[in-house]
Ligand binder design. Structure first.
Ligand code: HEC
Length: 268
């Protein structure tokens, strides 16, 4: 290839890179489908149980070790900040984590085979502008599968109630109607949180599920994907085109994966 050809590839890459920057921080606007949490490899965990059986890796994936330690030690790119700012940032991110929770509410402990029922997942916090919410079969970052693999069928598109209290369908509409929108994972938009002001978004996702045909005990777990740095001034910057970006960058460790405690529903 000529030098000019190589130069063009370099230019194309530089032009394309910011588009990628708007993909994970910014949620998953293109992947309008089920996801499994293994995809969020960059994200950090809040509990070592989320990687049970992974040996020392489970501890390494904890936010305190994977993300906050890099900030406190002033590793790149956090070396841009003064030591006192790094300490303040770590503190604020911990506050965001403490206030970013996912809970399963309103589910029947027992249902009839083939019966339809609602399950509500409530999420708080998250840096925004979006957060990701899904239903899986186990609370494990590497081994979880979408809840549908456990036999739960999603009936109709999930109902997303954004932080403004209104239903939203913007993300789901990105999936062609002919493919159906009965997915186990959604993006919620309109999210913002501010640990200094003590303000945290709260949203709800209501899934209608149909129970499996065969009696038995079936698992159900909620999973939460959110960012932390964009909830802070110290941990974010404004990109002229793509808006707020996390200081740790696209490949940073400032994303999180959290699970609800596992729920077991008895199908009779
Ligand atoms: C290349 C690293 C990387 C991968 C891989 C990744 N993410 Fe993230 N993600 C991030 C970062 C960094 C943030 C946090 C932004 C912040 O701190 O504010 C984030 C944040 C998010 C958010 C919240 C949006 C936001 O702007 O804060 C969602 C939802 C999300 N990720 C879902 C996923 C899903 C689903 C996958 C797998 C398909 C995935 N991510 C894979 C890096 C990644």
């Amino acid at each position: 290839m000529t030098a000019r050809g190589l130069a063009w590839i370099a230019v194309a890459w530089i032009v394309a890179a910011p588009a990628a920057v708007s993909a994970y921080p910014g949620g998953t606007p293109d992947f309008v489908t089920d996801v499994a949490p293994f995809c969020a490899a960059c994200h950090s965990s809040l509990s070592a149980e989320a990687l049970e059986g992974a040996g020392p890796r489970a501890e390494k994936e904890l936010a305190a070790n994977k993300h906050l330690a890099a900030i406190l030690q002033g590793q790149k790119p956090y070396d841009k900040l003064a030591e006192s700012d790094r300490a303040a940032l770590a503190q604020q991110l911990q506050t965001v984590d403490a206030n970013s929770q996912i809970e399963v509410g309103d589910f029947p402990p027992q249902v009839k085979a083939g019966e339809s029922f609602n399950v509500t997942l409530t999420v708080t916090g998250g840096a925004g502008p979006v957060v990701g919410v899904g239903l899986v079969d186990r609370a494990h970052r590497w081994y979880a599968r979408p809840a549908s693999s456990a036999g739960w069928a999603v009936v109709g598109p999930p109902t997303i109630i954004g932080p403004d209290g209104k239903p939203q369908s913007g993300w789901l509409d990105g999936r062609p109607a002919r493919m159906g929108r009965k997915v186990t994972y959604v993006n919620v938009s309109g999210v913002s949180s501010d640990p200094l002001a003590g303000k945290y978004a709260k949203s709800k996702v209501i899934y209608t599920l149909q129970a499996p045909d065969r009696p038995g005990d079936y698992p159900l777990v909620g999973v939460y994907f959110y960012g932390t740095e964009k909830a802070t001034k110290l941990g974010s910057s404004e990109h002229p085109v793509y808006g707020k970006q996390p200081l740790g960058g696209y490949g940073g460790k400032s994303g999180r994966v959290k699970f609800t405690s596992p729920v077991v529903i008895s199908v009779k």
